[in-house]
Design a protein around this ligand. Structure first.
Ligand SMILES: Cc1cc2nc3c(=O)[nH]c(=O)nc-3n(C[C@H](O)[C@H](O)[C@H](O)COP(=O)(O)O)c2cc1C
Length: 358
């Protein structure tokens, strides 16, 4: 991989688009603002970077107050206008319905789903910009933007800016969970051989990445779990069969028995299987054609399966064969894969259906 140097003034990371609210000589004003960041946890502080020549800059110096408002994707045009028009030449005071919280010179936009009012605690003058650090006095939202009491980015619908292509973007897909995915990654690292390279995406000699290898290992462990289900069942090792299931299992044998799928405990399942297979001399499951996909601490498995029941009897028709496929779902619990969905899809039955009747 060859890295190439690019212009160091290239602003290529997406920023959250906001509108900075101030009082410019007593008049409401808003400017487009992207350069902002949270800078302290407690007390909650926000850092904003405002060009030295902007009317907003002078306003913050005079009042020591400002607001940061998060517009929705429906407000792209008016937001951009606030970034090309200066209060020095154009009146932006009537663009929005505003409201106030505790601070008298920090107007907030009613139409924005999120509003913060801040009081300046530090000012850092840089060559072309000023970095104002404001303590967040209050944050406002509305019930409609919350899910489970927390602001929901899907409902807020903010937008982002990339430069120098100067384009606005909606927020994309939910791709992971903070403070959780790292825990999973740590678990994966623990399962990797300790060769000092764990955690990197180092390419192996055949071009496979460490993450790819980790995925293969997971898939193999999932297949082994399903294989153990069949082998332990054939061995009628019920405690081991039970241990392969999650505490509740969505169990669907309706292609064979009719009725409806049910939710069962591992004990219910092994009790049923122990009883159903008791009379047989041998049970033999053969599985293959595995298709496994690994997700977020979960896995789905499709496989072919043949179950052979053997019981010598007077008719000499000693076997019964169930041919079909399985759909299973597994979850990762305490470093192990557990089956929490089990579905058999019968294709056909061959042989003696009344084996036990002799
Ligand atoms: C999309 C966009 C984002 C902007 N982000 C910033 C920013 O983060 N900091 C800044 O100082 N100026 C930024 N600007 C420029 C100001 O918003 C612009 O100069 C504005 O006219 C200043 O208004 P004022 O003079 O009324 O304060 C941005 C402009 C646009 C169009």
């Amino acid at each position: 991989m060859r890295k190439i140097p690019v212009d160091k003034n290239l602003f290529c990371l997406p920023w959250t688009q906001t509108l900075l609210g101030t009082h410019v000589r007593g008049k409401v004003n808003f400017m487009a603002l992207d350069w902002l960041t949270r800078v302290n946890f407690d007390p909650a502080m926000l850092g904003i970077c405002v060009g030295s020549g902007h009317a907003s800059n002078q306003a913050i110096r005079e009042t020591g107050q400002f607001s940061v408002n998060v517009p929705t994707v429906d407000m792209v045009e008016v937001t951009d206008y606030c970034g090309i028009a200066s209060a020095k030449q154009e009146d932006k005071s009537k663009l929005f319905d505003v409201f106030y919280g505790a601070l008298e010179a920090a107007p907030m936009i009613a139409a924005c789903p999120l509003n913060m009012e801040c009081g300046v605690v530090q000012t850092l003058d840089l060559p072309t910009n000023t970095f104002f650090i404001g303590e967040i006095v209050a944050i406002y939202t509305e019930e409609q933007y919350l899910t489970g009491g927390k602001p929901d980015v899907k409902k807020i619908r903010p937008f982002l800016l990339t430069m120098p292509d100067n384009r606005f973007w909606a927020v994309g897909e939910h791709v992971g969970n903070a403070w959780k995915d790292g825990v999973k990654y740590r678990e994966k690292l623990k399962r990797q051989p300790a060769d000092g390279q764990a955690g990197t995406r180092r390419q192996t000699e055949n071009g496979t990445t460490a993450a790819g290898i980790s995925n293969l290992i997971e898939k193999q462990q999932v297949i082994e779990t399903v294989n153990r289900l069949f082998i332990n069942t054939d061995n009628r090792d019920w405690p081991r069969v039970k241990a392969l299931f999650s505490s509740r299992v969505f169990f669907d044998m309706t292609s064979l028995s009719g009725g409806q799928p049910v939710t069962m405990t591992p004990q219910d399942i092994v009790d049923g299987w122990e009883k159903g297979l008791k009379a047989l001399r041998a049970v033999h499951h053969q599985a293959g054609n595995y298709l496994v996909s690994i997700g977020d601490s979960e896995a789905t498995v499709f496989c072919y399966g043949i179950a052979l029941h053997y019981l010598p009897n007077n008719t000499s028709r000693n076997t019964r064969t169930f041919v079909g496929s399985y759909d299973m779902h597994l979850v990762r619990q305490d470093e192990e894969w557990k089956i929490d969905r089990f579905k058999f899809n019968l294709k056909f039955i061959e042989g003696n259906p009344d084996l036990e009747a002799g």
